[in-house]
Design a protein around this ligand. Structure first.
Ligand SMILES: Cc1cc2nc3c(=O)[nH]c(=O)nc-3n(C[C@H](O)[C@H](O)[C@H](O)COP(=O)(O)O)c2cc1C
Length: 245
């Protein structure tokens, strides 16, 4: 173990923050740490919108299904997959971008994920807490309009940041043997391993909620993955110039 690995293993989402503001200098440093992540073919396809305006913040909270911390966190960032700048780069060289490929959607979205995780880990290393907000995709078209996003830019998720005003336990992850396979995909032991893991997740929820929530991981997945998953996403992304070919 070393300090970096210890920091990574101590991650837990923070949803309650103190009123202590986060200096803009720190936010800039975190964004720079995000930029330092690897980026597919150097496309650098992540754009961050820092939302300070209180009216926009409350609208984003509504878009996220009323998650209070979206309005309350000292900092709220919207991380966007952005191919618009790459289009401009082509135009600067009198070239026309050949856009709309699903591959470009994947690379831009992966770029955002890597950028975001670098930013989040950097924040945690400075004593800040964070939670990702995929909930903004509940009303993604409204979010895009609110932030005046052009074509070829889409909001992937938000991040709430601030100094933690809670200290939740680390949430147990699946055992490595389910996640790491050797040479080929072999899931013959997965069911039994998951059944054991289920017990540790229900212990975690019981402890964290003082007995109010008792749910296993497989129950949680069954509840979520049998419902519709934001079915408006495909049409929205096509409308914005993604997933066309
Ligand atoms: C892309 C992404 C979107 C998420 N969206 C939300 C969200 O909208 N609201 C929320 O409270 N947590 C959200 N989370 C946090 C997850 O629920 C959390 O990471 C997961 O339950 C594991 O818990 P931990 O982060 O405390 O280890 C999101 C996480 C990710 C990676």
């Amino acid at each position: 173990m070393n300090q970096v690995i210890e920091l990574l293993n101590s991650h837990r989402s923070i949803r309650k923050f103190t009123y202590q503001p986060v200096a803009q200098e720190i936010i800039n440093t975190l964004v720079q740490a995000g930029q330092a992540a690897a980026t597919s073919s150097f496309i650098q396809a992540c754009t961050v919108i820092q939302v300070n305006d209180s009216n926009k913040r409350s609208q984003l909270m509504e878009c996220s299904g009323g998650q209070a911390y979206v309005g309350e966190a000292p900092v709220f960032l919207v991380l966007c997959a952005d191919m618009q700048r790459n289009k401009l780069a082509c135009e600067m060289n009198d070239a026309e971008i050949n856009s709309g490929y699903t591959e470009q959607f994947i690379t831009a979205t992966v770029d955002v994920g890597l950028f975001a995780q670098n930013l989040t880990v950097a924040a945690e290393s400075l004593g800040l807490g964070a939670v990702y907000i995929g909930g903004i995709r509940n009303q993604i078209a409204r979010v895009a309009d609110l932030l005046e996003l052009p074509d070829m830019v889409y909001p992937v998720f938000g991040i709430c940041l601030g100094y933690p005003d809670q200290n939740p336990e680390v949430k147990p992850r699946l055992p490595v043997e389910v996640v790491l396979k050797q040479d080929s995909y072999n899931d013959s032991n997965d069911q039994q391993t998951i059944a054991e893991y289920d017990k540790s997740v229900s212990d975690y929820y019981r402890t964290r909620t003082g007995g109010n929530k008792d749910m296993t991981w497989s129950e949680q997945m069954s509840g979520m993955l049998t419902k519709e998953a934001r079915p408006h996403m495909k049409a929205f992304l096509k409308d914005r110039g993604f997933l066309l070919k």
